[in-house]
Design a protein around this ligand. Structure first.
Ligand code: AMP
Ligand code: ZN
Length: 466
């Protein structure tokens, strides 16, 4: 069966093909850079990374835009508290976000764009909405009149029937019980930052930022718009009202929302002191790969219950896969092919692909990987796995890792890790055994170049760093 995703808009799993059959025009709501991102945010960004990688694996071309929200209520409040401009305040967190994303091996979207650099595009949309009679002004601010957009509520399925006309809300974030006319442009207030525009001095509301950046780069209709589940209302509902109110075209064909990460079955919150950043976990000694694996292992539409035990289990799973890979590369295999295992490998690849095609079912995909590894290990133990099996198995692991990306250990700034040294020594010993002295010498020389000296002793190989 073909690629298919759950679409929040239709509330069903629908076959996915980009509108032009080839390029996926995708917009994802990026971080609000007012603090370090936490692992809940990173769960959502990891889901988007898996989505990107799977679309690419299926031969599609990506045109993915992610925004950086560098102006909103929270940022302004924090920057003012510290006596900084919003740019001074957000720069450090934007940099930290990019570092964290790289550490977790999240692919860079084709375009990463800042809200503050798109103010004119936002003003244009608001003016267009004004011409269509969808807005009104009050005390210098401009609001969206949601009663003039009959489809309001179609994404989050809220009922606005009982809503008091003209009731409005100025804050960026509010909940479903509070559906109101929302602010598009906020009048300048006290000494808050502002822009002088045709709408008067002021600043954009949060929701207009995403409509403007999405449509500027990707056109009126996106193939996919994604974000965390909490953004469905009001943020994405308001994006639809703004974009469709202006263009009359459907804003996104697919809306994909990832469920939240929770900690020990409870919500992350400052008061409970259970918010982890990536940096916290790395300082505790966990590896980026283990964190990535755990975030990726639970299908994105299920809540992810984060525990340190689960993180340790993720580490163990990666070790298992790495050991298998090492064995495959270094064990002396008979010059034969086990037909049953060859068939098992092909079948596991089909299962892996089918699972990811099925709304990115990562848990099932991993199931296929571990079942195959178990069978292949059994084959190796029994001396039945031959050289003819090694190629397809290595290829399977490569396909797996093109999506999950956890097999390569993270190494500190330029240094070769102990595990890599050990693996190379194992490979060298194997090469010597099979009388491939050229390879053995090349490994020794390569290690020396990296500052690692080998010493052959009667008890085996010892090594030290120069
Ligand atoms: P923010 O920086 O607050 O705009 O959030 C960035 C992304 O993280 C958004 O897509 C949110 O929906 C998402 N997000 C926030 N909290 C969580 C959580 N606990 N689990 C998963 N995603 C989250
Ligand atoms: Zn957004």
């Amino acid at each position: 069966m073909a690629l298919r995703f759950y679409n929040t808009l239709t509330q069903s799993v629908d076959a996915f093909v980009p509108a032009d059959g080839r390029t996926v025009r995708m917009y994802t709501c990026g971080p609000t850079v007012y603090n370090y991102v936490h692992i809940g945010n990173l769960r959502t960004f990891t889901f988007q990374d898996l989505l990107r990688r799977w679309l690419a694996a299926r031969g599609l071309v990506l045109d993915h835009v992610m925004n950086i929200t560098d102006v909103d209520d929270k940022i302004i409040r924090k920057a003012m508290e510290q006596g900084k401009t919003i740019t001074e305040y957000t720069a450090a967190y934007e940099k930290a976000f990019l570092e964290d994303a790289a550490t977790l091996r999240l692919q860079r979207p084709e375009r990463l764009v800042r809200a503050t650099e798109h103010i004119p595009a936002m003003v244009d949309i608001i003016e267009g909405l004004k011409q269509r009679g969808l807005t009104y002004e009050s005390e210098g601010s401009t609001y969206y009149r949601i009663s003039r957009f009959p489809e309001y509520g179609k994404l989050s399925r809220i009922d606005v029937g009982g809503m008091r006309a003209g009731a409005r809300v100025d804050v960026d974030e509010y909940d479903k019980d509070n559906a109101r006319d929302f602010v598009l442009w906020k009048a300048r207030k006290d000494d808050e930052p502002y822009w002088d525009t045709a709408l008067g001095a002021g600043r954009p509301g949060w929701h207009i930022e995403c409509s403007a950046m999405a449509m500027q780069y990707l056109g009126s209709t996106l193939d996919i718009h994604a974000g965390g589940i909490d953004l469905t209302f009001p943020h994405h509902e308001n994006e639809i009202a703004q974009s469709e109110g202006l263009t009359g075209q459907p804003f996104a064909r697919f809306w994909m929302h990832s469920e939240h990460l929770i900690i020990d079955q409870t919500k992350m919150s400052k008061s409970l002191g259970n918010i982890y950043t990536l940096r916290d976990l790395l300082a505790m000694g966990y590896t980026p790969e283990a964190i990535r694996y755990l975030l990726a292992s639970v299908p994105y539409r299920k809540k992810l219950n984060f525990t340190l035990d689960a993180l340790a289990a993720a580490s163990a799973s990666i070790d298992r896969l790495r050991s298998f890979k090492l064995r495959l590369e270094t064990d002396r295999l008979p010059d034969s092919t086990q037909a049953g295992l060859l068939e098992r490998t092909a079948e596991a690849l089909r299962q892996f692909e089918e699972a990811l095609d099925d709304d990115l079912n990562t848990a099932e995909a991993l199931g296929a990987v571990f079942e195959l590894v178990r069978d292949a290990n059994t084959g190796m133990d029994a001396g039945e796995l031959g050289r003819g099996n090694a190629g397809p198995l290595a290829e399977f692991l490569a396909r797996f890792d093109a999506i999950f990306d956890v097999l390569r250990p993270t190494v500190a700034e330029g240094a070769i890790s102990d595990a890599e040294v050990d693996a190379l020594i194992a490979e060298r010993t194997q090469a010597k055994r099979s009388r491939d002295f050229q390879r053995a010498d090349a490994i020794r020389a390569g290690l020396l170049e990296k500052g690692v000296v080998l010493e052959d002793t009667k008890d085996g190989v010892r090594w030290k760093r120069k």
